[in-house]
Ligand binder design. Sequence first.
Ligand SMILES: Cc1cc2nc3c(=O)[nH]c(=O)nc-3n(C[C@H](O)[C@H](O)[C@H](O)COP(=O)(O)OP(=O)(O)OC[C@H]3O[C@@H](n4cnc5c(N)ncnc54)[C@H](O)[C@@H]3O)c2cc1C
Length: 749
Amino acid sequence: MSSVAIPEIKAMLALPGDSVRQIQWRFADRFDLQMLVQSARGVARGTVARLVAAGERNTHEWTAAKDAMLDAFDRAGITAAFMEPEEGGFIAGPKNLALGLAAFELAWVDGGAATASLAGFLALSPIHERGTPEQAARYKKLAAPPQPGENRKPWRGAFALTEPIPYVGVDTGMLSGKLRIVEWKDGEEPILQVDKRGRFITGIAFANFVTAAVNSDDDRIKGSCVVILEETDEGSFDRGTATKKLVHQLSSTGDPVFNLKVPASRIVGGYTVKDGVIVPNFNHSEVIDAVFRRTRVPVGLMTAAKLLSAVEPVIRYQRQRFRGAEGAKPGSVRYEQGIQQREDALHRLVDVWAAGEAAASLGFAAARLFDALDPLEKQKTAILEERGVHGGRAEMKALKESEQRAIELLRLADLASKDGPEAAARRNELLADSLVHFVLADSEANVLCPATKLWNTGHGANMMREAVSLMGGYGITEDCPGFLANKWMDAQLEATYEGPEAVQRRQLTVTMTSEVFLAQFRMWSREMRHIASDHPGTGACTLASAMNLWSWSLNFLQHATDPVGGKLYHGQRQGVTFALADALSWLLASRCQILDVLELERRGAEDAVAAEGLDGTVQFLSDLCHVQAAKAAGEVSRICAELVFGYTRHPSWDEQEHRSCFLASELEELEETMPGISAMAVDVIGIDGSHPQKAGPCAGCAGSNEFLRLQSKLTTCLTGARLAKDRAADTVSKVMIPEALDYPAAGPA
Ligand SMILES: Cc1cc2nc3c(=O)[nH]c(=O)nc-3n(C[C@H](O)[C@H](O)[C@H](O)COP(=O)(O)OP(=O)(O)OC[C@H]3O[C@@H](n4cnc5c(N)ncnc54)[C@H](O)[C@@H]3O)c2cc1C
């Protein structure tokens, strides 16, 4: 009897620690970020956890204890993480990854605490992104925590876009906030009257300044803008009533009403005067687009943290559950494993864990991308200004050529191993072009940001319900270790604020079909195919097949119509576009997860701590990739099948063309067991003229045949996915966890 040697599988011994995460999420060489993580973690698992355990979430009011949490943020360096060193900060350069890491650590314990810190950054962001140098200097300096020797309270801010119904919500164009000129003396700065009502404004209980979106209500002001309000401005700065939130109670939210006089210099980004009219340099949409583009990523990371934070409490609960049973003695399976003897409980936890890994990988990839994009964007603006191109449509036109160069670069990069010196020279020329780099990073960021916000928070909220369910009744109590029920509800807010899922899907509808992105995506699917040959255990093969199926379906739907001739891929047809956006997000999350595990495998040995038990950790995390890739592929397969087939009418038996096609495929199969059946069919069923087997598929079926070919490839690529899940489940049942959670669960602080 021949025997097949099965390679020994190394098991992960302990939960992935900081050294592993630093490599995966690429901050192993950033000491500043490692320190930020440690100090944010200290506040989260200390101050914040004690507030939650003491029941501070049970009041909507802003209490002294909650206020003290902001001071703790200041002391820990979390507030200063937004500032440049000269503004009172300690991190030089782009800070997207830094803010993402801090939000991740805080949300590990409580989403409201994370939001309380992020909302201050959100208030400053319009000024940071589009403000004049004077505005940036003033407000960032005021918001920075006091430096040694200084005795002052840092300013806190709030961002006011959303208005009472029926005005601004998802549709940010319906502004009712108004701006008028009340005084404009010759040679002096105009004084403006601002009337703005906000709804659900975070940080309003203690805000010293507010960045508010308003529309012109005066012929002498053009369009809209964002304006900075201060609590001491002349007029009324009414903070309004506190919102009766069911979630995130450690942040303050309310419905303020502002009637204030402010100098025109408060218009974010400044203004020019043309023919006696104030023209803001940026309208409110331009400002908020620049802001949300970055601030939505940390929100997605908050939900990722919730999922990963659920793992340890659930494992502990499962293992201890049966210890009271008669005969359950230490060392017995029942005593040691408890509910973990049951496959379903383990498999469901593996699913939660895999989703958390994918969400974190996607979110951190997006954060790093924005760190790379920030300097490129500045370079792009400088280059275009030098050429006399200033923003808006002119810029879009000017970048068209760079887009074609970027696509050419992707094509050349793909052929790199085969091309000659001429192509290599051209490739180097394109590689030296900053605008090409900008276009590539920009196109990717335009997709990764909404995908992170959409998938992490939306799918994350669903998976948090799974995590809660694994704790049984405990899961839906305040006492649940890890505050899982809070996190479940909180995830729904993360899916809502800064633009609910519909907003992200709408954005993806446009950005995922850009020529540059589709060229990048094609390259990524080929990359996954390569990875599959070296690392089949990651599920890269399934993922590559799912990526191909998505690309084919998108292309098909972009050209297809419904039975009455209506275009299928159309902004108004959200049934098609939104579903494809969801499918894409699954793919992107899974791809980032695989890339992070490969990075760990490549670089793990360089770090003494990560190197210990590296094989087992890589094996386990690869198995989670495989589980997640299989799930993503299943989602994509289901969504695309429904879209590709769902908009055609079921062919009637009378449609001759389709009847022949149908018979051709059916009879071909039958012919094998019943030779001669095809010929008989002609006589019996009476198909005229053409023999069904010769008829070939009709136009509709020819298209769907290609879909079915790709879908069937995807299905066969699922090989091993469930074996990976079994292996991961086995590890989950054995992995070591600390004796107790490192933050309090409930009871008085
Ligand atoms: C706790 C909390 C804190 C917040 N903090 C702030 C803050 O600091 N600053 C601020 O400005 N705002 C803040 N918000 C407001 C938040 O950003 C909005 O609630 C959110 O953007 C959605 O707006 P809306 O509630 O008016 O929903 P609506 O606009 O009424 O939309 C409701 C739903 O309708 C559907 N929908 C709407 N439009 C479309 C469309 N075009 N296509 C498809 N479906 C659509 C979607 O399902 C959507 O979720 C906060 C909200 C909460 C709850």
